[in-house]
Design a protein around this ligand. Structure first.
Ligand code: TYD
Length: 222
């Protein structure tokens, strides 16, 4: 059995978590087993790495930052994602390799190819079947993050403190990845009303599952 691997990407404040919960519910209602995870994190080691990465007191150079994300990801792929896919489950990850290409490769200027090669090693080249890119203007992302932080009474984390120029490079890189991978990456307008966005996502996921089961049946019948 081979499961399905779906990732959600985009700037902070794009509304990924709400949509992940909704698609998870729909999938479970249709009888699927779903494993949801997030990056950085999702394993014991990953959650420790997450704390280091988000802590405003951490001093981390760009190379070490990219490697920490990759280390968290390597563990997640090995411990959670591959085993679940092997059992035929649907895995949904809040961020994956594309985030590192955009944030560290482009945003921090490490180079997309270099960050890709570190991640090929970390993941053993495991690619998602489908990626939703939540696109929204940098200003909107920053307004939403500031509002959320205010509501939670929390200070911005180490990464949220970066400049508008940084997030502009990140957004452009995400869009370049989508252009280069039109079959895998589905760009959605994150400013759409939540219910409308839910329908766009659900339709695409259902199409993917139908394609998957007909491919499975074909292989079985041949
Ligand atoms: P996220 O979990 O979305 O943050 P929050 O829980 O605060 O909404 O992601 C954490 C941060 O890490 C986010 O600012 C994006 C950044 N990030 C990278 O820079 N590179 C990566 O490879 C990943 C996975 C995340």
């Amino acid at each position: 059995m081979v499961g399905i691997f779906i990732t959600f990407e985009g700037l902070d404040g794009a509304g990924k978590s709400t949509q992940i919960q909704r698609v998870r519910q729909r999938l479970e209602d249709s009888g699927q087993t779903v494993v949801c995870t997030r990056e950085p994190g999702g394993t014991k080691l990953g959650e420790s790495i997450r704390e280091i990465l988000l802590n405003p007191a951490s001093v981390i150079g760009p190379e070490a930052e990219a490697l920490l994300y990759a280390a968290s990801r390597a563990e997640l792929v090995k411990e959670v994602i591959r085993p679940a896919l092997g059992e035929g489950k649907i895995v949904i990850s809040d961020r994956y390799v594309d985030a590192s290409l955009a944030y560290q490769g482009a945003g921090l200027g490490l180079g997309v190819k270099r960050v890709q090669s570190v991640n090929s090693f970390a993941t053993g080249d495991l690619e998602p079947n489908l990626t939703f890119l939540f696109d929204l203007p940098v200003e909107t992302s920053q307004e939403r993050v500031t509002k959320d932080r205010g509501a939670q009474g929390k200070e911005p984390d180490r990464l949220e403190r970066r400049s508008q120029g940084y997030f502009t490079l990140v957004r452009e890189q995400f869009l370049d990845i989508a252009k280069a991978n039109p079959k895998r990456v589905h760009v959605v307008d994150a400013s759409l009303p939540v219910d409308q966005l839910e329908m766009v996502i659900w339709k695409r996921v259902r199409d993917l599952m139908q394609g998957n089961s007909s491919a499975y049946n074909k292989a079985r019948d041949s």
